[in-house]
Ligand binder design. Structure first.
Ligand code: G6P
Length: 371
């Protein structure tokens, strides 16, 4: 009802607006004096000290949260991390034993494929931790430990605020693991903790920076296809941006790793094709930044319409972009929290421009409880 939406035009709009709080609430009470203080139940320090591999399992948007967080997890802990779709994981006979930690990520905690993957991992002797947004749901109940995201109830079928909360929770877990294994110094941990606590304000800025997105979406209402390019942590964000657009606006959308452009996707570029490009920070990632600028030149030369999601003050991108969404300055590993915001907004606004129901897209369910 209108009252439940609290004055917002849709649950999705309300839930995007709640993203700063979703992250802040997920961090709250879980750090102290520049350290992480998680209680993960049976996933205790002894277990964290002896695991040799981590496998993240999830479906849909939650799997992209896993793909995003995997970069930081591995960098901070030096534990090999892989990410798998729950329904593929179980049926390809992965090597599992008690030195493997399987982390399931699920907003609802009821996605059947993710539940079956968790159960199966447990039966093979792996330790299981669940990242979940729903207290007492089936997946956390069947896991050895749980780390709840505190995004609050998510009503819109397409996940938004839960995605950011899942990344925040996985980051907390990564730091705790780094503490236990001694792979980061105290100062380094404290710096990342401070960066995490600065994320909610950065998301607020990203929401403000996305105020130009409705106009862009409205003149693109009849577009047939959209591409999304990103590198490093923004690669899974590009996949998520494409998923949102498929789900909400029923548009053919594909996300690519920017480095793959020459290996195929560039053949899709034709005059007028809108391409979102997530541009790395020129300060923080000069090398990656230069590579992505050269990607932009290649697609622009073939007539693509470039929508650059860049860092505020990035002047190098201006001559080659049709539109620039200028995001706040954050550390590279924190960028997904801000780069995903204009992509979520774009999908929502384009769906609205097409007269579609953004909270209840056709053919989709909030939680898929059959295999
Ligand atoms: C459905 C929803 C998605 C969600 C996915 C996983 O497909 O439409 O928005 O990302 O399920 O759901 P979960 O509850 O496991 O995170």
């Amino acid at each position: 009802s209108a009252a439940e939406k609290g004055g917002w035009k849709s649950f999705m709009a309300k839930e995007i607006a709640e993203e700063p709080e979703a992250v802040a609430d997920t961090l709250r009470g879980r750090t102290a004096d520049g350290r992480v203080i998680l209680d993960l139940g049976a996933i205790d320090e002894a277990l964290l000290a002896r695991i040799e591999r981590i496998i993240l399992v999830a479906c849909g948007t939650a799997s992209y949260a896993g793909q995003t967080a995997a970069y930081a997890l591995q960098q901070w802990t030096r534990v090999p991390v892989t990410v798998e779709l729950s329904h593929e994981f179980r049926y390809r006979d992965p090597v599992l034993d008690d030195r493997v930690l399987v982390i399931s990520i699920s907003q609802s905690g009821e996605t059947m494929d993710t539940l079956m993957a968790t159960r199966w991992a447990h039966d093979q002797g792996a330790a299981t931790l669940s990242i979940c947004n729903t207290q007492g749901a089936t997946i956390p109940r069947e896991s050895d430990g749980v780390l709840y995201t505190h995004a609050g109830p998510e009503v819109a079928v397409a996940s938004t605020k839960a995605f950011l909360a899942q990344i925040a929770a996985l980051y907390l877990f990564g730091l705790q693991l780094a503490q236990v294994r001694g792979t980061m110094g105290d100062d380094a941990i404290a710096r990342v903790v401070a960066r995490l606590h600065a994320v909610p304000d950065a998301i607020r800025e990203a929401i403000t920076a996305s105020e130009c997105v409705p106009t862009i979406a409205h003149w693109m209402a009849d577009t047939r296809a959209v591409l999304f390019l990103g590198r490093h942590v923004d690669y899974p964000v590009a996949l998520e941006g494409a998923l949102k657009l498929k789900e909400l606006a029923y548009i053919q959308a594909e996300g690519f790793a920017a480095g793959e452009l020459k290996h195929g996707p560039i053949a899709l570029i034709e005059p007028g094709l809108p391409v979102f490009v997530l541009v790395p920070s020129p300060r923080d990632q000069p090398l990656l930044h230069a590579k992505v600028i050269s990607n932009i030149q290649e697609i622009r030369a073939r007539g693509a319409r470039v929508l650059a999601v860049a860092e505020k003050g990035d002047t190098a991108v201006l001559p080659f972009a049709d539109e620039v969404i200028a995001l706040p300055l954050v550390h590279q590993l924190m960028r997904p929290f801000v780069t995903v915001v204009p992509l979520q907004t774009f999908a929502m606004e384009l769906a609205e421009a097409k007269g579609l129901d953004v909270d209840q897209p056709r053919n989709l369910a909030k939680s898929v409880t059959v295999e």
